[in-house]
Design a protein around this ligand. Structure first.
Ligand code: FAD
Length: 488
């Protein structure tokens, strides 16, 4: 008889795991707390505007294509994924900009303009990140790191690749100009880490982007989720929405099923959890006496990624010169990051990411309108910031900063808006301390040191998603489902 698998959570990781296990012949049921799928990639619609809730920069699309290919289907029959020419526009505190693209000639011309002596260093940096990519991504991203012996085997290579340095330090070995250093070291922010403390393994993202480009899904990232939902239904995966798991049923050291908030119980042979591992181990599983000393240490000493303040807004004025993805640096970039990650306080001077999908796709807004979201990294909820008091004040600060830097007169043109704070991530998406990306991508929290894909405690409990190996970001969580392919 086919074994029964329950998947908890419908983020990219959970959906990918459900599909991969279905292709292996398991009987799969996917449980999602909310009425819609996608988790951090949910879609919000308001006043004719379509707001992708989270991921907007789509990299390594082959990982999505693979999910359809498992069933001899083509992704293009479900959603159109297109490459972007301009990847990111960086805007500096003095108003100057840098257009980051896959076109090497354009990249080199701009680097020359800012600091011609760094051109050689840039080329060497790219070559070095290719080596990191070959090891950290091609060789290891989809391999299980459940055994310390496997981790130890990797250490000599990781040391050669300088993984003891931070991303910022590694980039600074090759590049001297401050603006260029910031550009080429910003990638950890995309997966919840501080460039000044995240292991340089994450410079592999530079190389990953260059290999496959940066893409956009027509109609928004939400169209990928709805395409995957359709695929799951066609392939006979049972999807239960409004099905929040509140308890794991445990016999000896095995999970025998889960209990939902609505009182229903679902028995299964295996459970794959896409919910945030530290939250599951701390709050959903109550049998803490089963945790050994080292596991308790790990659980209690982890560092969590930053929180996010995301302000979604629609404008009646079109800002046609604004790129699809812009990163705006404030005057005190390093100080801002220090306030977020170390001091856990809000800053007067902010750096932010501005998303304008209408730059590529008019269907995201009513005619002659623009859809935006602005993402500002903030401290996670270990800060004790009272967001019900602070959020409106912070929103005003964000709007004023955008007016001064990138979107003149935006205030009077906003016709629809809402925001999410770390409280949403904590209460709705159930991440511990409202972190935006689960635990931080530090060396001491990567690979074997992250939460294992096969639970350290219960042998038939598995994890996929941001808090487990290889980590956050859509390629990371899709790869975590590939790890399960090797374990099950
Ligand atoms: C604003 C923002 C922008 C981002 N931008 C990018 C980007 O441009 N590119 C990129 O690659 N990555 C980006 N990321 C990161 C990326 O979105 C995430 O790493 C990834 O989507 C997380 O997927 P996941 O599989 O870990 O699951 P999640 O998306 O975290 O989903 C987990 C699911 O589990 C459900 N759940 C939790 N507890 C329970 C329970 N007890 N019972 C039932 N269900 C439960 C939740 O409701 C949720 O649906 C962004 C993230 C955010 C927040």
């Amino acid at each position: 008889m086919k074994k029964k698998i329950t998947v908890i959570g419908s983020g990219f990781g959970g959906i990918a795991a459900a599909l991969r296990m279905k292709a292996k012949g398991y009987h799969v049921t996917l449980l999602e707390k909310h009425a819609d799928l996608g988790g951090r990639a949910r879609v919000f619609k308001q006043d004719g505007f379509t707001f992708d809730g989270g991921p907007t920069v789509i990299t390594a699309p082959y990982l999505l294509e693979e999910l359809f290919a498992l069933f001899n289907k083509k992704i293009s029959d479900y959603v159109a994924i297109k490459p972007l020419e301009l990847w990111y526009r960086f805007m500096f505190e003095d108003g100057s900009t840098f257009d980051y693209t896959g076109n090497e000639k354009k990249m080199q011309d701009q680097i020359k303009k800012i600091s011609s002596k760094d051109l050689n260093g840039y080329e060497q940096l790219i070559q070095f990140t290719e080596k990191i990519f070959n090891k950290g991504y091609t060789e290891l991203a989809d391999k299980p790191f459940n055994k310390i012996t496997f981790m130890l085997k990797q250490i000599p290579d990781l040391l050669k690749l300088k993984s003891y340095q931070s991303v910022y330090q590694l980039v600074s070995n090759y590049i001297s100009n401050d603006k260029l250093r910031r550009i080429f070291s910003m990638h950890p922010l995309l997966v919840g880490g501080n460039p000044f403390t995240t292991t340089s393994i994450y410079t592999l993202i530079l190389s990953l982007e260059k290999k496959w480009g940066i893409h956009y899904a027509e109609g928004g990232t939400g169209k990928i989720i709805s395409g995957l939902e359709q695929l799951m239904k066609e392939e006979g995966i049972t999807i239960l929405k409004n099905a929040e798991v509140i308890k794991f049923l445990i016999k000896n050291n095995e999970i025998t099923g889960v209990e939902m908030k609505n009182g229903n119980v679902l028995e299964s042979d295996l459970v794959i959890c896409n919910a945030d591992p530290p939250n599951v181990y701390k709050k959903l599983i109550t049998e803490h006496e089963k945790y050994g000393f080292f596991f308790k240490q790990k659980l209690n000493t982890m560092n969590y990624s930053m929180g996010l303040f995301v302000y979604y807004f629609g404008s009646k004025k079109k800002y046609s010169n604004i790129a699809h993805h812009t990163i705006v640096f404030g005057n005190q970039y390093q100080n801002h990051l220090n306030n977020i990650f170390e001091k856990k306080i809000l800053s007067n001077d902010i750096s932010f990411y501005l998303h304008r999908p209408t730059a590529s796709d008019e269907s995201m807004a009513p005619i002659n309108h623009d859809t935006f979201y602005v993402l500002v990294p903030v401290p996670n909820n270990l800060s004790n910031i009272n967001w019900s008091e602070q959020a409106e004040v912070f929103k005003e600060q964000v709007i004023n900063t955008m007016e001064k830097t990138i979107l003149p007169e935006i205030k009077k043109n906003i016709v629809s808006d809402f925001y999410l704070t770390p409280d949403y991530f904590e209460k709705e998406l159930c991440t511990l301390y409202g972190s935006g990306f689960s635990i931080q991508p530090k060396f001491t929290q990567s690979a074997y040191f992250r939460f294992h894909n096969q639970s350290e405690i219960f042998k038939n409990l598995y994890f996929v998603g941001a808090g487990t190996h290889p980590g956050a970001g859509v390629p990371g969580v899709l790869s975590s489902a590939k790890v399960l392919d090797k374990l099950l």
